[in-house]
Design a protein around this ligand. Structure first.
Ligand SMILES: [Zn+2]
Ligand SMILES: [Zn+2]
Length: 627
């Protein structure tokens, strides 16, 4: 696109549309279309430039890269971006900020922005303050379209206190036409509607807050951050539970009380439920709020948008410190000693983290209403702290306490102590004393207990490694290594042996596959394929395979694939019989099955129903095929 020869210097609070209008006039253009092509290089609807900083990628072409008129300045001072940005999602905001910096074209963002901002009910006509217009002419020799009067809810000029007037320019007319204010605002009006005048102070507040947001809205960082702050401020006002669940009805009635029912019905005349959006104020759906909603909420909470921005939520869902330490070994336990690390909100929970400087324990709570007795044992310990670990080391290494005494000394459970000890490389069981063993309800010696238990396990798992044993019978290995190691050694397999077995499996798998191939080629096709048959052909004992199936996954898979269940076998054979009969043009009947297959009476009886259904099915197939 060709560089423009000049670009009008923007006036204070002038919207982009107005700048383009002045360009149109000063360039002496007589064709709207021609000027639109000069500016955008293509057809472009220009209405949205009343509000939005669009097509910023073209700014270098409008003003040249070294101009003081930058994308940043146009977005900030000549569009309503700051105002609308408080309703933007994090993603839109990020993309827009990026666009302002890089000037990259982003059409989908533009579409989203228009969609979002249109929902704000743009007024029907371009509007103006008569006093501002007079001042413009005095200062600059011409007037222009300001941003502020175009915003919904702005009914009075905050500077002059005058009622905002509709011009004769309908917003729809601006789609493809440059209609400069200096040509339009020849006769200034001063109408003031009684119902607006009734609430002049309220409208002035909205105008002031709209103005503040135009200039500062970006500092609020989008609807998510705003919603987060709403939640905190609602909480501060006692309008939510401690966990942040809002009291819907109370919020509504206090809100109506603050703004006045009459004023609100004027602001939202079309809706049956004009305050439906109050329910959206908190995080997840807050993007549905319009800037005007935000303004009313901010005023309700902190008097103004600026007040809202500056407010620091006074929020202590966990009360005021010092908070109790929850380390039972610490002399601050249950009393004090802990400081707050943070309070944050996550997934609807109020997470508080605390730290005792004395013992180093850090813990986290998520239910602010619980009493100390309720949470002390359940709070998540983020760090047990130096005091706790030092004592644990002493118990195990110096005092040589047995596990249950360690737990007692630590005022904790054996399990907790065991896990924590393992973390610092200690085993609480090193000082274990004789345990009492029971077998089948009777007290027995450790000797008997372990021999019995391991023998039992070995029956089920003939090839057991040390690791597996430790899982199945904890403590057994340690006992045997002190007392009867040879016995255990003779019965366990090592990892090397496991390798041997793995090789053995692959070898036998090959054998079995070969056996299966032989059966397929030369075996009696009437015979059912079973593990026994496969083993016989492969030269293996059936028990060698069957007894180890649970361990040999590959063999197990292969067997599962080729060995036939009784039903599978019957089915296979029926099909052969049926095929023969079909070739003769006959249906298969029960007598055929009896004669051809020579089933044992028991087998026949057991599978009678299955056989009957299958015959029907096969005959059905035959018929439909011969039709
Ligand atoms: Zn004014
Ligand atoms: Zn402590």
């Amino acid at each position: 696109m060709r560089r423009l020869y000049f670009f009008p210097t923007p006036y204070p609070d002038e919207c982009l549309y107005s700048i383009f209008c002045r360009y149109f006039v000063r360039s002496g253009s007589t064709s709207n279309k021609k000027t639109i092509f000069e500016l955008f290089g293509e057809a472009q609807s220009i209405t949205s430039f009343v509000y939005l900083p669009r097509r910023l990628e073209l700014v270098d072409g409008w003003v040249g890269p070294d101009s003081l008129i930058t994308r940043e300045r146009l977005a900030n001072s000549n569009s309503c971006y700051g105002y609308f940005s408080i309703a933007f999602t994090e993603m839109m905001l990020r993309e827009m900020e990026e666009k302002i910096v890089t000037g990259g074209s982003n059409r989908s963002l533009e579409r989203q922005m228009i969609q979002k901002c249109r929902r704000s009910h743009w007024p029907e006509y371009l509007r103006y303050c008569p006093e501002c217009t007079k001042e413009d002419i005095e200062s600059f020799g011409e007037t222009y379209w300001h941003r502020l009067p175009q915003l919904p809810g702005v009914e009075y000029c905050p500077k002059h206190g005058k009622a905002i007037q509709n011009s004769s320019v309908h917003l729809k007319e601006t789609t493809m036409r440059f209609l400069p204010a200096s040509h339009t605002l020849l006769k200034l009006e001063g109408k003031e509607k009684a119902e607006k005048w009734m609430h002049k102070e309220k409208y002035l507040m909205i105008a002031k807050d709209s103005e503040w947001l135009l200039m500062n809205g970006r500092r609020l960082k989008g609807c998510r951050e705003v919603a987060r702050k709403y939640k905190e401020l609602f909480m501060e006002r006692g309008l939510t539970t401690a966990q942040g669940i809002r009291y819907t009805e109370r919020i509504k009635s206090e809100f109506i009380n603050y703004h006045g029912e009459h004023f609100l019905s004027q602001m939202f005349p079309d809706r049956k439920d004009p305050l439906y959006w109050l329910d959206f104020a908190f995080v997840s759906v807050s993007e549905h709020l319009r800037p005007l909603h935000h303004i009313l909420l901010m005023e309700f909470l902190k008097g103004s948008a600026e007040g809202f921005y500056k407010a620091v939520p006074d929020n202590e869902p966990y009360g005021n410190g010092p908070w109790p330490c929850i380390n039972k070994l610490c002399h601050h336990y249950g009393k004090d000693g802990a400081e707050k690390i943070s309070v944050s909100y996550f997934n609807g929970q109020t997470i508080g983290q605390f730290h005792c400087a004395e013992c180093g324990m850090k813990y986290q709570r998520s239910r602010p209403w619980q009493t100390f007795e309720e949470y002390a044992d359940h709070a998540i310990k983020l760090d047990y702290g130096h005091l706790w670990y030092d004592k644990l080391r002493k118990c195990i290494l110096e005092d040589k306490l047995c596990p249950s005494d360690v737990a007692k000394a630590m005022k904790s459970t054996k399990k907790t102590v065991e896990i924590r000890a393992a973390e610092i490389g200690l085993d609480i069981r090193v000082n274990r004393r004789t345990r009492i063993f029971y077998s089948k309800g009777k007290q027995v010696s450790a000797d008997m207990y372990y021999h019995e238990k391991v023998s039992e396990v070995l029956e089920e798992h003939p090839e057991l490694t040390v690791k597996e044993l430790n899982e199945l019978v904890p403590g057994a290995y340690a006992w045997f290594s002190k007392n009867d190691f040879q016995w255990l050694k003779d019965r366990l397999v090592t990892d090397q042996e496991k390798v041997y077995w793995a090789e053995w499996e692959q070898e036998q798998l090959e054998n079995l596959k070969e056996a299966y191939a032989t059966i397929q080629k030369e075996g009696d096709s009437n015979r059912r394929v079973t593990i026994g048959w496969l083993c016989t052909v492969a030269g293996l004992r059936e028990s060698e395979i069957k007894g180890r199936l649970h361990r040999f996954e590959d063999i197990r898979a292969f067997i599962g694939e080729v060995v036939e269940s009784k039903e599978e076998w019957l089915e296979r054979r029926f099909k052969v019989v049926a095929k023969k009969k079909k070739e003769l043009g006959q249906e298969i009947i029960l007598a055929d099955i009896r004669r051809e297959m020579r089933l044992k009476p028991n087998t026949y009886k057991k599978y009678a129903l299955f056989i009957e259904m299958f015959i029907k099915e096969l005959n059905g197939d035959n018929r439909s095929e011969s039709d």
